[in-house]
Write a protein that binds this ligand. Structure first.
Ligand code: BG6
Length: 369
């Protein structure tokens, strides 16, 4: 039931605040994150020396974001790999490896087979999954469910923000157990997590219409590029994937720092480029570098749409459009910056008259390898 929305995707994007809130619910204890499902597993988390995250599609990009949080808070090295690539490369894995799989459906065959292979090689396995009782959690030693609610549209949206949320909860939980997370850092993260739903709602209330209008203006666009740096990089990849999936427009995401090593050659007059701008409060250097990337592509005629935090005036002289997101600590920005990109992809597909819920050639859950 679309509940009055024009599509399941529209409904599911509107549920992004709730997806985060429900995933956090019941997992905060005072200033700490405590995940009840992981009770009794402290020894496992103390004993691992690396994490490998495995997933496909949008879930893989959630994993890329999660790497920053796990390394920062739990101080364990993390590799993130496409599940189908992991399986066929004779991976080096042992009992001190925690393999974290991410899957909305819990049925993606590529991810399932990779998890089975990891288990066979002796790794411990933990599944982040949105579907109770599905196959991947059943094949795993532990599961942390995302509580995004059923996702029907083929292109994943609310599950993505819930997956990042769950990865952050896991990173905080494990960081506390391993003693690598300073209590005040944990307390700040809890505060950030709790305030996310209303910040996402702010974007839906204040920037959705403008973003959709922008998408309508761009209905004839043939290619869109997305740039991001640090945690904004996987968001650029996600923005591009969503556009490809539902609007059939060529789209590519790049690490902003990589621009001068190749992609800048693609910039010609009129080329639309979305740029995820990191907060200047997080790292002034990174912010300045991304602003200078914007200047470089603008000088070559690109049409720049910046996604930047409220009050960041440095982007104004250089961007054609600025979509605003509320202030958040740097690691939490991806959960906000992705929202306008989901809205944009949906808006563009709608403007082209396409079925946003059932894009051609794609299935919600791919149960073949
Ligand atoms: C793809 C879907 O085939 O599978 C994507 O079209 C999804 O939207 C990906 O991100 C992974 O699915 P899941 O269920 O494992 O998260």
């Amino acid at each position: 039931d679309k509940g009055g929305w024009s599509s399941f995707m529209a409904k599911e994007v509107s549920e992004e605040p709730e997806a985060v809130a429900k995933t956090v619910l019941g997992r905060i204890s005072g200033d700490d994150i405590v995940i009840p499902e992981l009770e009794g597993m402290d020894e496992l988390f103390s004993g691992i020396d690396r994490v490998i995250v495995l997933a496909c599609g949008t879930a893989y990009y959630a994993g890329l974001v999660g790497k920053y949080a796990i390394e920062k808070w739990a101080r364990i090295p993390v590799d993130v790999e496409l599940a189908h690539e992991f399986r066929y490369r004779d991976p080096i894995v042992d009992a001190k490896t925690l393999v974290v799989s991410i899957s909305q459906s819990g049925e993606t065959m590529d991810t399932l087979m990779a998890v089975k292979e990891a288990s066979r090689l002796g790794a411990r396995t933990l599944s982040i999954c949105n579907t109770q009782g599905s196959t991947i959690p059943r094949e795993s030693d532990a599961v942390v469910y995302t509580h995004a609610g059923p996702e029907v549209a083929v292109a994943s949206t609310k599950a993505f923000v819930a997956q990042i949320t769950a990865l952050y909860l896991l990173a905080l939980h494990v960081g506390r157990i391993r003693g690598s997370l300073a209590p005040e850092v944990g307390a700040e993260a809890v505060e950030q997590l709790e305030s996310l739903p209303e910040k996402i709602q702010w974007i839906l209330d204040n920037e959705q219409e403008r973003t959709e209008q922008l998408a309508r203006w761009m209905a004839d666009t043939r290619s869109v590029l997305f740039l991001g740096r640090h945690v904004g990089y996987p968001i650029a990849l996600e923005g591009a994937l969503k556009l490809k999936e539902i609007s059939y427009i060529h789209a590519e995401g790049f690490a902003a720092g990589e621009l001068k090593h190749g992609p800048i050659a693609l910039i010609e007059p009129g080329q639309p480029v979305f740029v995820v701008v990191p907060s200047p409060r997080g790292s002034a250097t990174m912010h300045a570098k991304v602003v200078s990337n914007i200047e470089e592509i603008r000088a070559r005629g690109a049409r720049v749409i910046a996604i930047a935090e409220q009050g960041d005036s440095a982007v104004l002289p250089h961007a054609d459009e600025v979509l605003r997101i509320p202030l958040a600590a740097p690691l939490f920005e991806p959960l906000l910056a992705v929202v306008p990109l989901h809205i944009y992809a949906m808006g563009l597909a709608t403007a082209k008259g396409l079925d946003v819920d059932q894009p051609r050639n794609l299935a919600k859950s791919v149960t073949v390898e």
